[in-house]
Write a new protein. Sequence first.
Length: 339
Amino acid sequence: MNSPQQVLLLSEMEPGQFADSFVLLISKEKSTTRDKKPYYRVQFRDHSVTATAMIWSDTTWFEDCESQWSEGEFYKVRARYDENKYGPQLDIDRIRAVVDDDTADGFDPSLYFKRSRFSSEDMFQELTEIATEQIEEVPLRNLVLDILEQYADQIKTIAAASKNHHAFTGGFLEHVLSVTRTAGYLADKYVAYYQKMQPPLNKSLVIAGAILHDIGKLTELEYKPHASSYTPAGRLIGHILLGRDLVREHARKFDDLDPETLLRLEHMIVSHQNLPEWGSPIAPHTPEALLVHYADDIDAKFHMMAATLENILPSNEDEFSSRDNALRRSIFLGLKSPE
């Protein structure tokens, strides 16, 4: 069992295979069994596969896991790879931190950081073009473009969350652009449907609110390639109020910005999560805020469901996924033909 093995990526290993692999430790969560015994649920990954190792208190690695293993660090493991209804699993036989000499065996840290499937430069250009072309009110457009320009590098890079949805490099921009596209579509649809609304639905505000709804995450989250974490301001204040404050600060540059327009924009930011238990102090009270809330909500939740279905293993023979996903629900995979 301890003999030297070929070095494989996790994504190259077959169920039941025993091999060496370079892995990135992305999560280490301590819990207790029903018998009050401590254990760790540790997750390792390569560029496309995340595998879980259960480290029980009476096993070899518990003390090392507790005192030495760190999130965001690379390790070389010798382990058996398996798959079950909870996803890929690792049974570790040996583990050590990666060293410089491992590059000779193919270790490349760039393979381990998840990022958006789409070009950040292309996404940012499209978002800027949408703001320029679809926000008709000039002061509001200038406010949005000023924020995009000042924070361009962060916007192109950071994740949208520490976990659950778009939690990868470029995820913030991917999410914001998607929400903006959806919100713009909904605005066009309902402007045509309800032409007697007073005041009429304001598409410029919808686009501005969609682009800026999560802007507080620039200060809520500390970006790390392996897994972002919350800043003290993020924990104590949260991205909703941080975003409102950032927009209010930038708005001082534009004397011609209508006070009611700013008020409505701030309301969209503070209400976009709809419920106090989700983080919003108030629910949407304008049609523009309502559209941005639902565009944001569907994008986040659909990503969670899609990510679960994209990671269903070929060997899975169940009709439902496990509940071990961001939505905390079993997702129907389809009826299985009887043998």
